[in-house]
Design a protein around this ligand. Sequence first.
Ligand SMILES: *Cc1c(COP(=O)(O)O)cnc(C)c1O
Length: 495
Amino acid sequence: MSVESLIFEKGAPGRRAVRLPAMDVPTESLDELIPASLIRQEAATLPEVSEIEVVRHYTHLSQRNFGVDSGFYPLGSCTMKYNPKINEDMAGLPGFARIHPLQPANTVQGAIQLIYELEQYLAEISGMARVTLQPSAGAHGELTGLMLIKAYHQSRGEGHRNLVLIPDNAHGTNPASATLADYKAVEIKSDDKTGGIDMEHLRTVLAAHGTNVAAIMLTNPNTLGLFDSNIAEIGRLVHEVGGQLYYDGANANAVLGITRPGDMSFDVVHFNLHKTCSTPHGGGGPGAGPIGVKAHLVPFLPGPLPAKNDDGYYWQDAGPQSIGKVRANLGNFGVLVRAYTYIRSNGPDGLKHVSESAILNANYLKHELSKDYEIAYPYICQHEFVATAQWQKDQSGVTALDIAKRLLDFGMYAPTTYFPLIVHEALMIEPTETETRETLDEFVKVMRQIAEEARTEPEVVKTAPHTTVIGRLDQALAARKPNLRWQPGQELTHA
Ligand SMILES: *Cc1c(COP(=O)(O)O)cnc(C)c1O
């Protein structure tokens, strides 16, 4: 793409794409409706463009956007699987897309039925009693779950519990949500050897502070892609001191139809429907982070909840102990339709196959990459694993960031870098189940080439990317002084 075509200035005076019908509102009445101070005195300087110019402009912009529809996207922990197009078809049905959240229940029976059934599917998949579909993202689900846990402790006269235990490899949203819910986050070490919870450290913290522990937040498999087989014992220990177990469900793509958070003794779980259930994400939303809870937490759920009687579906108000609504209306409904479609089109066997294939793909990549990259915890992994750039860094100063940038030159997205924090030069790789063997092999080939370049011509990797429209940015400057607005007359230059 030439820099020339990046210039936004297009068109010529008088050129147009559409001819609007003559205004049929009397202009005198406009003067009455709109205060004179708000009426524009001079015409706005807008581009005057033909239809083909508009179409090309937006098409070029879309081609500059990398997505799972354009290439491999192994961004660990984000589950960038393919989003089946049938999900979009269903979400676009007028009965779902053209309704209003405040419409009377008897006019939107199908929509309430979908919410009712999706809640039941998610309860079954996770082993929970009930689910609320209100939260808009995983992090929002975390906050909601912790608010439920707080309300539960308060109802038992244990409102003094102020600590939430979080392992050192947790996603950053976990301690952030705990802080937002007015808890103090306490870090639990992970075991150097197994990558799971350091049981000695957990026992020590519980012995010292057990009566103040409100909850522990875990994801299993954890962010290293490893299943913590001590989970039953962890559950027993935390419950014994009166704490609750919160399951960060972002890694649920490894457990569908195989095991359930409810069976692993968790009391609350959030789903990232935009990850596990294939709704598009990566641009900041919209997402959905439903929360499932065991029976003892149901009275605290946000309302209203969907219900059914002989007359059909209706909304049931929450009881007196509810924490109240956590979102306007009923959730990101379009995302829920896509997730429902995904679950229904896979069915129970299909969902199990999703997780089995995700695990197989991750283990295949881990094995194939292990000759050229250090693997942080070289065991059988679940849906993802953490490779590192440590060998490359020691050898020629090539970092995880350099490797991530170099991948872009090959039309592939980068793994998650520098996370989890406990692994130096982390490259966290999650291929998902939707990629073919050929794509995985192509990725391995590219990663091998990059490892070879790191040995023989490290400058090529250190200065990547070379083929993208924008080169390597000054990350500190981009974060501190972002320049996100194009001004007329401004040239876009290669950074
Ligand atoms: C993505 C993720 C979250 C947060 O979910 P959002 O939907 O992005 O808010 C929490 N924990 C883990 C492990 C994640 O990967």
